[in-house]
Ligand binder design. Structure first.
Ligand SMILES: *Cc1c(COP(=O)(O)O)cnc(C)c1O
Length: 609
């Protein structure tokens, strides 16, 4: 049975049972059950579910593997982690991260002024804040304010100019001076699509000449004791561990050299993020060639080895893994609104009293098709279809005949696919692809899966139910934006097969997994579709609790967020309707009520689904 690669990407977070996908945790609710409960409240459109226990699991995994490596290698430094806010700044995600990380003293990383303000307001007392990215004097002053207010904050300088500003601010005020970190410009480049973060031509970091200059400037300003951290980040979704090892050797040696140059309070190496997530649905371990075990062991072992060789105290280790921590916690649920080839339903057949002989034959083939004859009958049907289309072009049969023929042939192909699903022939597999079904999903790819649009990043996708029947329709997914890029096409190399469902009779939901990292704030309001309705789900031994409901923005609020005055917009619409003529007062009032309702709802489609 098709398990949609669950064994590859799901990390045992989900299981299939009774034909549904369920959370593999405590009372093990099915996702469909949660979605139906939410939708019973008249919620329409896409839904984003957050599962805080999955964040906890990742934080725990990260800390426990590093702790294990530290013990195993008799390493003398400590392990510390911070969450880089750029990966997900949404309130209920950050709340889950800080609460689930509280027992680990898990901190936050900021890369901009707004993120720094957020970090200052959300970092638990005593946890670390690290600050990366380009900084002006204001941002640096904010760092001083954070230190003065009791935060354990490190400002990592990206260039000498920032260090000069830190020295300037330190001279101008009496505020507590934050810890200072230096981002090093690696000569070794990273791997993966985001590799620009490392390498000689990298956007960030100080060269060795600049590092020496920085130490001299710090000495001169009597601030060398503030230098506490060496930092690098080789890029996100690191596919290969080799560049990390090179970077560690480089950073480790720089650390040891700086200690020897008198930086006696230098005590940490921050290895940035980059720990990859498995998004692949088809082949094992394509996204990365290492495990968390190998990752943590390599970091600890290499740093220990370098320090032992140079006789330098082992540094504390910091990581800023983001994707690894939050990707799995969010699942996007999209209702399917339509299957385009459902136009070929048998009930739409409309025979005449006398039909063309080839059509009568198709009817017979359709009736008598079975497991032994299906390939032969399929060939006959395809052959008849060719002939019937020629007859249509020549004017010998009419549109009704053609429609009947198309429905019958579609049906024969589909039934042949089902009959031979256990071991399909090459020909059937090709037909399957040709006969692709387009599933219209009530969501926007631009809003909810922007990395698919921008970087062709694949996200695991599967139906929430029907999982005890083999899906046989080669599927392409179309979103409801009117942009042709809003499509996830069928890829024969990594095929997605979905079920043939009758949406008049039942709902069909798809889940997109591992969407908790980067997608939410990168998501854009193309066509004015906004963030899906979101919910946080806490699961315990007997039950689950749906909290933190944030419904997708109403249409008027979307317009307001663009800078329109929502009262002017709604008054204009209402007054135009009120001033119109030739309908009764009653109809006018009823219509007005309808209009008000529409303006107050989110912009996703509300047809049946
Ligand atoms: C983006 C970023 C991270 C997070 O990277 P992930 O691949 O999500 O772990 C960490 N540190 C810095 C400096 C970053 O810019």
């Amino acid at each position: 049975m098709n398990n949609f690669g669950l064994d590859i990407w799901a990390n045992n977070n989900f299981i299939i049972e009774d034909g549904q996908i369920k959370l593999n945790y405590k009372c093990m609710p099915s996702i469909l059950q949660i979605v139906e409960e939410i939708r019973s409240d008249n919620v329409k459109g896409p839904i984003l579910l957050r599962f805080p226990h999955l964040i906890k699991r990742q934080i725990k995994t990260l800390y426990s593997y590093f702790d294990k490596a530290i013990q195993h290698n008799n390493y003398q430094g400590s392990f510390n982690a911070v969450f880089p806010l750029k990966v997900n700044q949404f309130p209920h995600a950050v709340e889950a991260i800080t609460s689930q990380g509280a027992t680990y003293n898990y901190g936050l990383e900021a890369g901009s002024k707004a993120e720094l303000i957020l970090a200052m307001s959300k970092t638990p007392n005593g946890a670390n804040i690290t600050v990366n990215g380009f900084k002006d004097k204001e941002m640096i002053t904010l760092g001083f304010i954070a230190a003065q207010s009791g935060h354990n904050i490190t400002l990592t300088i990206e260039g000498l100019g920032e260090l000069e500003t830190i020295i300037e601010v330190a001279k101008e005020c009496d505020l507590k001076i934050p810890n200072i970190g230096i981002r090093i410009r690696l000569h070794s480049a990273g791997s993966g699509i985001w590799a620009k973060s490392g390498g000689m031509d990298a956007k960030f970091g100080l060269t060795s000449t600049e590092i020496i200059e920085a130490v001299n400037q710090l000495k001169e300003a009597k601030l060398l004791d503030c230098l506490s951290m060496i930092h690098f980040h080789i890029g996100s979704q690191m596919s290969d561990i080799a560049p990390l090892k090179k970077a560690l050797r480089e950073a480790g040696n720089i650390y040891a050299e700086l200690r020897k140059m008198g930086a006696s309070k230098l005590n940490s190496i921050n290895i940035g993020g980059g720990l990859a997530v498995e998004y692949d649905q088809h082949t094992h371990s394509k996204s990365r060639n290492y495990s968390i075990d190998e990752f943590s062991s390599s970091v600890v072992f290499l740093l220990g080895e370098i320090m032992n060789a140079k006789n330098v105290k082992h540094p504390d280790i910091f990581t800023e893994s983001g994707r690894f921590i939050v990707a799995s916690h969010a699942v996007l649920i999209t209702p399917v609104l339509e299957l385009f080839t459902q136009d070929y339903q048998e009930k739409l057949l409309n025979f005449k009293t006398v039909n063309p002989p080839l059509i009568e034959e198709l009817v017979e083939l359709n009736k008598l098709l079975n497991n032994t004859n299906c390939i032969e009958y399929l060939h006959d049907a395809l052959d008849h279809m060719e002939s019937l289309l020629t007859l249509f072009d020549l004017g010998y049969i009419d549109l009704q005949d053609r429609s009947n023929a198309e429905i019958l042939v579609h049906n024969i192909i589909k039934r042949a696919l089902y009959l031979k699903s256990a071991n399909p022939t090459d020909e059937l597999e090709q037909l399957q692809v040709k006969l692709q079904e387009r599933y219209l999903i009530n969501a926007s790819i631009f809003q909810s899966l922007p990395d698919y649009w921008g970087l062709n990043q694949h996200f695991p996708v599967m139906p929430l139910h029907h999982l005890n029947t083999q899906p046989l329709r080669a599927a392409s997914l179309w979103d409801i934006t009117c942009d042709s890029d809003g499509e996830i096409g069928f890829n024969p190399d990594k095929p997605l097969y979905l079920h043939d469902v009758n949406l008049d009779e039942e709902d069909y939901f798809l889940g997109f997994f591992n969407v908790g990292a980067y997608q939410e704030t990168l998501g854009m309001n193309h066509n004015l579709f906004t963030h899906p309705s979101e919910y946080t789900v806490y699961i315990n031994d007997t039950d689950y609790k749906i909290t933190n409901k944030v419904e997708s923005k109403s249409i008027l609020d979307i317009l307001e967020s663009l800078g329109y005055n929502k009262n002017i917009v709604s008054d204009k619409l209402k007054n135009d309707l009120l001033a119109s003529k030739f309908i009764t007062e009653k109809e006018k009032n009823d219509t007005l009520a309808k209009l008000e309702l529409y303006l107050d709802q989110n912009g996703y489609l509300r047809t049946t689904n």
